[in-house]
Design a binder for this molecule. Structure first.
Ligand code: FES
Length: 281
């Protein structure tokens, strides 16, 4: 059963937390040093992460391995994947869990090459042709707007250039650092209206089945896929990315997608868009 927490208000001044940071990395460096990078993030962020920190990966490990592993440290007795901590994620795991969901969804925290991620399963192929009014979740490809309301682009603009950004096998994986202050949003870690087992179309803030950041209650809709923009924390360079939509709360924009593939049923991440994860480092 999910825990309940009092929500904390967002700090009014975020200047300090947006200053400084690490360097941008390329694909080869990412594969080789993923765990070291994450250890640095852990050191810098523990003070404000609180509960979310238990989801962070340990130092050391199998750098270069593309398989995504479940991460349930500290929640082994309550998360549906608690007994699978550090085991490779498979599509079958999510299908089995989603079978008990009225919205047809399932999600889990994971670790991928030392990077915190969240994997969401949406029974899109089963329900995409059914009326949205039935409350069964399906992916939505949407226009994206930045925090000022300026139009950025449509998800399909990026997916057309790289089809691997489309949900693969009814799964979508996102980088697990909140675009507000870099906490780790979870999947159904707390009980509230945003995390209940329900779904509403449109990518808005009504309905449940949201990824919820416990730090200051930002919400993200893993079924609403858009193009958006963010900036590298180290050098200030902006970049467009394919992501899931921010539905509400202080987070300025949504979370970037990490393209995946299945290898014998095991979910693997593809390290082709590492620049999209630089807004926290
Ligand atoms: S870090 Fe503040 S809402 Fe996520």
């Amino acid at each position: 059963m999910a825990r309940e927490y009092d929500l904390k208000p967002a700090p009014s001044d975020t200047a300090d937390t947006l200053a400084g940071g690490a360097t941008s990395i390329n694909r080869r460096q990412f594969l080789r040093y993923g765990f070291n990078t994450a250890a640095g993030v852990l050191t810098a962020s523990l003070g404000m992460l609180g509960f979310a920190a238990i989801l962070l990966p340990p130092g050391g490990g199998s750098g270069g391995d593309l398989a995504v592993q479940f991460w349930a440290k500290g929640r082994e007795d309550e998360a549906w994947y608690g007994a699978k901590h550090l085991q490779p994620m498979t599509k079958a795991d999510f299908e089995a869990e989603a079978a008990a969901s009225s919205a047809g969804t399932a999600g889990a925290a994971g670790v991928w090459n030392g990077v915190p991620v969240v994997v969401n399963y949406v029974a899109h192929s089963k329900y995409a042709g059914t009326p949205e009014s039935n409350g069964k979740a399906r992916f939505q490809f949407m226009e994206g707007y930045d925090e000022t309301g300026k139009y950025v682009g449509h998800f399909e603009d990026l997916a057309e250039l790289d089809p691997r950004l489309l949900p693969s096998d009814d799964l979508v994986m996102v980088f697990g650092r909140c675009t507000h202050l870099c906490c780790i949003p979870g999947w159904q870690l707390v009980s509230n209206s945003f995390t209940e087992d329900s779904w509403t179309p449109g990518g808005g803030d009504d309905g449940g089945t949201k990824m919820f950041c416990i730090c200051h209650s930002s919400r993200f809709d893993p079924t609403a896929l858009e193009m958006n923009t963010n900036r590298n924390r180290s050098n200030g360079a902006t970049f467009n990315y394919a992501g899931i939509r921010r539905a509400g709360g202080p987070a300025p924009v949504g979370l970037p997608i990490i393209p995946i593939q299945l290898n014998g049923g095991v979910i693997e991440g593809l390290p082709d868009y590492v620049d999209w994860y630089t807004y926290c480092d």
